[in-house]
Design a protein around this ligand. Structure first.
Ligand code: DGT
Ligand code: CA
Ligand code: ZN
Length: 576
């Protein structure tokens, strides 16, 4: 992108910030800030003058600044600026976007608490360490938290479930229009990515301009980003951008295939078409040469894939990770579906940090049509989550047995525990206690910063414990908020396979852990999956709906799950 005058000004401002972070004297920083103001107020082509090294005589732009601006304008980069930037972690600059957080405060946070990321700052605000910092206090910490929330709201990526919450009513709205002949949500949303940047609507219609107009009139829209005769874009209240493309019915299958992506998948598909002498784009398929194969009639996406001698590739698999080769051999996996799920594990109740009681959780699971539900509250080493000690856990086991009596077969509750994996890989309960449970989910909840080797060994030690039924959220990541802890998942998968330990696909919206990219490998090694909502409320059980999409992304089939099995089969499995 070509440099603009504004780029010159904002670079000077950034230099001023960096100098402040370094604690340089205020006169020096002020010179850069003034410089930025002068550039913005200048009447005439400042950029050209800087390129030509003709800045002499402009009041407030001294020799040093002239030189730097000339370097920046003529080469597109300024070494001094880059060197300064390299002195700090790149993530630190995100903090500058926060309302009300200036360089002085950022410097204090960085120096005193080693905070250099938004996630780190959020946690430090929540755990009270920011409030305790000199010059901050509780009010400031609260303000910073609010600013982070605002930033997140507009940060550009959204959890799949959050996007669905907004996109589904908009889908219904579009369906109401009489000229909507066909409608799909394409893009990463259709592919079931765990986070999406925007939501891509596609409609087949003979009145495209009417539809784009109708789209921008949606009550949930706070801003029309673009509106044309065939496309439009709006922003919803939570910042999410939604795009609409209106095409003809004839174009629809091509557009649907194109806008579903992924880009990588599309590139590979297009080159496959080219080999047949066809050019494929978002509107049609056409011959590129005289001796090209004859074009078949195409009215659906499936026919488009068939024309390329491919089995229909479900959207979840379209990531160019082997699906095209598999489709060519007719060896695509028969993917798991929501209706295959017969029960689930890893749910919390008010006994630890859940919001609903055992009874309420059971009732909600019955409503979902599940045959069994595994209860696993936290263990004693997670006091922040009111983890249960042996005495309370024994009581809960009794309560669950009593509840099963009362439920009389409407659903079966399994008594378990989400037992902490301690720092050295041992568990929070001894084997005698664990043996009294129907199942255990073993999870890491602290000491996230162990080196990869130690973390891997820690988790593998838990996997090797015969009382561990399944490994909980394998990397501890919180989507859009906390990175995975360092761990070698290939080794974890091998250990799980060797010990017949299940790995859960924790499908809590903010986790989706283990990541879909690892599941095909795990499955091929014979690792069994359990799709678990990690529900902390009755609503939390809804996570299974999105979990299924992510499970499909992982190439998982019905037979790859524990919780697609019947109650009797699961009872037998857990007895072993
Ligand atoms: P997102 O929005 O970042 O979560 O991910 P997508 O996959 O929804 O990406 P988006 O919205 O930019 O574009 C939707 C689809 O359109 C994308 O998956 C594939 C297709 N597409 C977009 N740009 C290109 C391109 O430059 N080349 C090709 N072949 N396809 C593209
Ligand atoms: Ca998209
Ligand atoms: Zn957990």
């Amino acid at each position: 992108m070509p440099l603009t005058t504004e780029d010159l000004a904002s670079t000077l401002e950034e230099i001023a910030l960096l100098l402040e972070l370094k604690g340089e004297n205020p006169f020096k920083t002020r010179a850069y800030r003034n410089g930025a103001d002068i550039i913005r107020d200048f009447e005439g082509d400042f950029l050209q003058l800087a390129k030509d090294d003709e800045l002499k005589g402009i009041k407030g732009i001294g020799d040093a600044l002239q030189q730097k601006l000339h370097e920046l304008a003529s080469t597109g980069r300024l070494q001094y600026h880059l060197d300064l930037k390299h002195e700090f972690p790149e993530t630190l600059f995100e903090l500058f976007d926060l309302q009300g957080l200036g360089p002085k405060k950022i410097k204090a946070l960085y120096d005193e608490l080693e905070i250099s990321t938004l996630g780190g700052l959020k946690r430090a605000c929540e755990d009270g360490s920011v409030a305790g910092l000199k010059g901050f206090g509780k009010k400031t910490a609260e303000k910073i938290l609010a600013a982070i929330e605002t930033k997140e709201k507009f940060s550009g990526r959204y959890l799949l479930s959050v996007a669905a919450h907004e996109a589904e009513p908009l889908r219904d709205y579009l369906l109401l229009h009489p000229a909507t002949h066909q409608l799909e949500v394409a893009g990463s949303y259709r592919r079931g990515k765990e986070t999406v940047h925007d939501v891509d609507f596609l409609v087949a219609t003979d009145k495209p301009a009417e539809l784009t107009k109708y789209f921008t009139a949606y009550v949930g829209s706070i801003e029309t980003i673009a509106q044309g005769d065939t496309k439009a874009a709006i922003r919803l209240e939570n910042g999410l951008q939604c795009d609409l493309r209106a095409v003809s019915t004839a174009q629809f299958p091509f557009a649907l295939q194109y806008f579903t992506g992924s880009k990588e998948h599309n590139v590979a598909i297009r080159s496959r078409a080219l080999k047949k002498g066809w050019s494929l784009n978002e509107y049609d398929l056409s011959p590129t040469r005289d001796d090209a194969e004859e074009l078949p009639e195409i009215t659906t996406e499936a026919e488009l894939y068939a024309a390329l001698n491919l089995a229909y590739i479900p959207p979840a698999l379209r990531e160019n990770r082997g699906e095209i080769e598999a489709a060519a051999e007719n060896e695509l996996p028969d993917l798991v579906k929501q209706e295959h799920l017969r029960g689930t594990f890893h749910c919390h109740t008010t006994e630890s940090d859940g919001r609903n009681t055992l009874r309420e959780m059971a009732m909600a699971a019955i409503d979902l049509g599940l045959d069994y539900l595994g209860i696993s509250d936290h263990s004693k080493s997670s006091p922040q989550a009111r983890g249960l000690d042996e005495e309370r856990l024994l009581q809960q086991i009794d309560d669950i047995h009593a509840m099963n009596q009362e439920l009389d077969g409407a659903i079966h509750l399994f008594a378990g525990s989400e037992v902490d994996i301690l720092r050295n890989g041992s568990l929070d309960f001894d084997d005698e206690m664990l043996a009294k449970l129907d199942f255990t989910v073993a999870s890491v909840h602290n000491s996230f910063s162990l080196p990869e080797e130690e973390m891997t060994a820690r988790v593998i030690r838990a996997i090797e414990n015969p009382h561990v039924t399944m490994l909980g959220h394998s990397t501890g990541r919180l989507l859009l908020r906390r990175d995975p802890y360092p761990i070698n998942l290939d080794k974890v998968i091998d250990a799980a396979a060797a010990n017949n330990t299940i790995i859960e696909l924790n499908c809590s919206a903010k986790r989706m852990d283990m990541d879909w990219k690892y599941w095909k490998r795990a499955r091929d090694k014979g690792v069994l999956c359990s799709l678990n909502p990690d529900a902390h409320s009755t609503d939390g059980l809804q996570a299974l709906h999105f979990g299924i999409k992510v499970a499909q992304k992982g190439w998982l089939r019905r037979k790859d799950f524990l919780n697609t099995r019947t109650l009797d089969e699961v009872k037998a499995y857990l007895k072993k």
